[in-house]
Design a protein around this ligand. Structure first.
Ligand code: SF4
Length: 344
């Protein structure tokens, strides 16, 4: 069983898990809120090490990542459990569980996952679908193995873990899409079971570490779609860089949240609002021209997207040995895109 330094021993064989802000107190035989990290006779247990609930090849745009290797495909693996309790979770059938439930899964070693990516011809692996960070020890092993094989690591996460664990993961991460679920401490704590300052610190850390960073917010009516709250998200992202891509995705009723779906007009209007400050803001889960990338300097269309297919006809490329840099094909303005581009 893998050992973890994120457990602290307490009297009466209890343990405290310090991986995320929930700081679960776990009695012998129990599990923490994520359902993954437990206490077996006073010893930290990492249940589901290598248990994969889903494995498939996706367009990278589906993560969503629009500015990292656009048009490429990525082997995506999903896990069991989550440390948050978002009542509108779109993947609740694998993220939300009780210890008695058994979610169908299959065990893979890190080497087997890397091998699967190579067989599929994918130069990258995404850790995604439910929350990968509660499987920190497996993630570190798998990411190290992928790096050694020359594959890139992509993290899709809620970003809700303590900074030293975050640092260990981010050192092995090439690109990340992190959820910023709202900008209210009360909503994070009371409704989602998370912690806003921890998430902001994770996003900041990812940016400062040099990881390619994109951010996603699921826009849920009357929960996080007020102008003031959206403005606070905008100000935070702009304080790091106005060029960080931000995906505003439409919510559809799921799990226990029954509110009406996001009004597409409201989503479009929030996207325009954000584009006044941020260079690359996109709508998600609806069909709209705001899925396209336009030059923030001259407005020229750079990448058109239809579903997950891309047409980068407006983008200029300069290649120096193995380094690629992109610019607007009309005005020459630099465009922050990393990696090679494939016509999808
Ligand atoms: S990672 Fe899991 S067990 Fe650890 S504190 Fe968070 S929810 Fe609790």
């Amino acid at each position: 069983m893998p050992q973890s330094r994120y457990f602290t021993a307490l009297p009466e064989a209890k343990l405290q898990c310090l991986l995320c802000p929930r700081a679960c107190l776990i009695p012998p035989g129990g599990r923490g809120c994520c359902g993954v990290r437990g206490n077996r006779d006073g010893t930290g247990e990492i249940a589901y090490y290598g248990a994969i609930t889903a494995m498939q090849v996706d367009p990278i745009e589906k993560k969503p990542l629009y500015h990292y290797r656009p048009g490429s495909y990525i082997l995506s693996v999903g896990f069991v459990g989550c440390n948050l309790r978002c009542p509108f979770c779109q993947n609740w059938h694998i993220s939300q569980m009780t210890p008695k439930e058994r979610i169908p899964n299959r065990y893979y070693s890190p080497q087997a996952i890397v091998h699967a990516a190579q067989v599929e011809g994918s130069g990258q692996i995404a850790y995604t679908y439910s929350e990968p960070l509660v499987h920190l020890e497996f993630l570190l092993d798998c990411m190290a193995c992928a790096r050694e094989a020359g594959l890139a690591n992509v993290l899709v996460s809620n970003g809700c873990i303590h900074p030293d664990a975050a640092q260990a993961i981010l050192r092995l991460t090439d690109a990340a899409n992190i959820d910023l679920k709202c900008f209210s401490e009360d909503t994070y704590t009371r409704i989602l079971g998370g912690d806003l300052p921890t998430v902001l610190a994770f996003i900041t850390q990812a940016w400062k570490t040099g990881v390619h960073l994109e951010v996603t917010t699921l826009v849920v009516p009357e929960l996080n779609d007020g102008d003031e709250e959206i403005d606070r998200c905008i100000d935070f992202l702009a304080s790091l860089s106005p060029h960080i891509p931000w995906h505003l995705s439409a919510y559809h009723p799921a799990y226990t949240w029954k509110a009406r779906p996001t009004d597409p007009e409201r989503l479009v209007s929030l996207t325009y609002r954000a584009r006044e400050t941020l260079s690359y803001v996109y709508t998600g889960n609806i069909s709209s021209p705001l899925q396209d990338t336009a030059c923030p300097h001259c407005g020229h269309l750079l990448i058109r997207r239809q579903g997950y297919r891309i047409d980068p006809a407006g983008l200029g490329l300069q290649q120096l040995k193995n380094t690629y840099s992109y610019h607007c094909g009309h005005c020459g303005n630099a465009v922050p895109i990393r990696g090679t581009l494939r016509n999808g």
